[in-house]
Every structure is written in C-alpha cells, then in structure tokens.
Design a protein around this ligand. Structure first.
Ligand code: NAD
Ligand code: ZN
Length: 347
C-alpha cells in the first residue's frame, strides 16, 4: 500500500483549492479507512474554496475538504464490527460526541458537540478517508455510486420534507438549488398535491420540473402570490425554505395558509428581519433543520431510491476529479444540479 495519496487541500488562507500529495490516514480504534470512488461538491465546499468570512473563522488551512462521497472499505481499525473490507459505504458527515444528553437520548442529529467531516476534520476529497465506523451507511449494489455520492444533501432534503405529513398538501419550496430540487421530487414522491418551487435561475427551475415540481416561479418576473391566485388556493400548507434568501423567506411567510408549517434549511444572513405578524396571526410553526436524522433519514433515502425515486435527475455533471477546477466553477455559476467527481479513473 502506498503511503501518500492525492487530496484536495485548503492549503492557503486564500481563495482556491489545491490538489496535493498528503499522507494516507491510519484508521484508529472503531474507525475505518475508505477508498473513495465518487465525491460531490456541496455549497459548503464552495464557501471554503472562496474563503468567505465563515470559512476564515472555521477552517484550519491544511485541511482536506469534502464530505459528500461513496467508496469501499479498505481497512478496518481495531474494534470495528459489522463491516468487512470491500463493503460499499457512504457516511454521515457529522461526527457526534456520543455522550451529551441528545446523543444519549437517541437524537444525535441534535448533538451540540458535532464535528464536520471536511470542515473540522479531514474530509473526503481524497483517495482515502478515515471515518468512525458508527458514521458509515452501507450502500446496496443496486444504487449507482454516482447517486450514493450525494446522499448527504439528499438527506438534508429528505429530513426537511419528511418533517411533515405531505399527503395531499400544497407545498412551497423557495430555492431550487440541489437541495430544493431533490426536496421537490420527494414531495411529489410521497403524495403532495401542488409542489411549487421558486428560484431566480431558469436552468434550475427546469431541473425541478424534471424532478416532479408541478409549478415553478421565476421570482425575477413572477410572484409567489401570483402562483397562489393561479392555483386557486388560499396559501401553502407546507413551506420548505431552501434558498437562504431573506426576501424569499418573508415571501414564503406571507403566502402560507393559516396553521401552516415551515422548515428552515437555508442559512439566512445575520440580522435577517422576519415579519412576525405572519407567524403569530396565522399560527405558523417554524422548524429549524440541521443535517439529517441518524440514521432514519439514511434508511428512508435508501428505500426511496430502491423503490424508484428518480434521484439521478438532480445530477447534471459527472467529471473526473482532475477537472475539479471546472467543477467548482460550475457550482459558482449555478448552471448545474449536483456535480459528481470520479476518483477511480473510469470517467
Ligand atoms: P444553493 O445555494 O445551491 O441553492 C440556493 C438557491 O436559492 C439557488 O439556486 C439560488 O438561485 C436560489 N435563490 C436565491 N435567491 C432566491 C430567491 N429570492 N427566491 C428563490 N430562490 C432564490 O444551495 P443548496 O446546496 O441547494 O442548499 C440550500 C440552502 O440550504 C443553502 O442556503 C445552504 O447553505 C443551506 N444548507 C443548510 C443545511 C443545514 O443543515 N441546515 C445543509 C445543507 C445546505
Ligand atoms: Zn453529542
């Protein structure tokens, strides 16, 4: 086995990402070494690439980035049970403490001590990654590896959408980024009535339609209120805020039906104002969403794909990792859905 590997490293405290040769990590007790096959680029990776204000205060230069991946187990650390060398796996990107109140109550997605793979510890944009075996999620052979590569954001979409009983409900999703697009598909898959999604990007709205959205709104020249009138409804029962845009969020609140429920996934900028009248007088429920349930969301995602959920429609690019710069540029342009990178040389 070689001692070094290629990895995408945040080498300098400046915009950019660098393909470097680094040591292959050793799996410790209860950890496994995975040979990475496919990875996908997340908005978080783009923030780190751009070296924005959040990355500057969060990321230690020298870090291997990335957390959306699939691969095969190469080596088992001491004490690992339930897995074998060669198993195909993805992994939950949040490494939780295991001893806080929420972890012990079986709610590790609410662990306050969570560490992010590719954020606070070395990540998956590398030939190999070490993760705790408790974070692994086995991927059945029937699921294509390029789809398993982005189960992480699929999980954000599923965790947000499956918060609520969607059967027969009218859903508004603000933001047709990869997560919003997948969420639109899930709402359709589980039986919502109208699945309406907004964005300012026509390319992404088309992807959302392919995925199952029944109505799209380009807020550059249409309004959500117009869609409500057009559909002949009084407002939306369910809102999934997936843009991180304050005006989209407030527009959603304005167009919710009384008693509606809203999941907030998009990261709103500090100081975002909220028109509380809509929340209070309409008795809205707002629910913050972080990550995904461990591991019930992973289970639901796997079963949805195995029973025909068209996750592949959210993937628009599959490129060799040597073209990573182009991948990041695509993500920055917004003219893409999920961008998957291949590490095996087969693409
Ligand atoms: P993304 O940035 O690719 O998508 C956001 C979309 O919102 C873009 O397509 C953008 O054009 C659109 N948008 C911008 N202004 C809009 C407006 N006024 N109305 C409607 N749409 C508008 O992000 P993504 O990867 O799809 O993730 C969605 C959001 O969720 C992001 O804010 C991301 O940071 C956040 N996120 C949160 C978690 C979590 O655990 N809470 C996890 C993943 C992502
Ligand atoms: Zn914990």
């Amino acid at each position: 086995m070689p001692r070094t590997m290629q990895a995408l490293v945040k080498k300098e405290a400046a915009p950019g990402i660098w393909m470097e040769s680094v040591s292959i990590p050793e799996p410790g007790t209860n950890e496994v070494l995975i040979r990475v096959e496919k990875t996908a680029i997340c908005g978080t990776d783009l923030h780190i690439f751009n070296w924005d204000e959040w990355s500057q205060r969060t990321i230690e230069p020298g870090l291997v980035i990335g957390h959306e991946f699939v691969g095969r187990i190469e080596k088992l650390g001491d004490g690992v049970v339930g897995y074998e060398i060669g198993d195909r796996v993805s992994a939950e990107g949040h490494v939780v403490c295991g001893h806080c109140r929420n972890c012990r109550a079986g709610k590790p997605h609410l662990c306050p001590n969570t560490e992010g793979i590719g954020v606070n510890r070395d990540g998956a944009f590398a030939e190999f990654i070490v993760v705790p075996s408790s974070n692994l999620w086995p991927i059945p052979d029937e699921i294509a590896p390029e789809l398993a590569a982005f189960f992480d954001p699929f999980g954000n979409a599923a965790h947000s959408a499956l918060q609520f009983d969607l059967v027969g409900e009218d859903v508004l999703i603000t933001g047709a980024g990869p997560v919003g697009i997948i969420a639109a598909g899930i709402c359709r898959h589980v039986g919502a009535r109208h699945v309406v999604i907004s964005d300012i990007n026509e390319y992404r709205l088309q992807l959302a339609r392919n995925m199952g959205a029944s109505h799209t709104i380009n807020v550059k020249h249409e309004t959500i209120a117009g869609a409500v009138r057009g559909l002949g409804i009084e407002g939306f029962d369910i809102g999934l805020e997936m843009s991180g845009n304050p005006s989209a969020f407030n527009d959603m609140l304005r167009n919710m039906y009384h008693g509606g429920k809203v999941a907030l996934l998009g990261l709103q900028p500090p100081g975002t104002g909220v028109d509380w009248d809509h929340v209070i007088f309409k008795g809205l429920q707002l629910h913050g969403i972080y990550g995904r349930r461990m591991y019930e969301t992973w289970y639901k995602m796997t079963q949805m794909v195995l029973t025909g959920f068209p996750l592949g429609r959210a993937m628009t690019h599959h490129i060799p990792i040597t073209e990573f710069q182009q991948g990041f540029e695509l993500m920055a342009s917004g003219q893409c859905g999920k961008v998957v990178c291949d590490w095996t040389g087969e693409v």
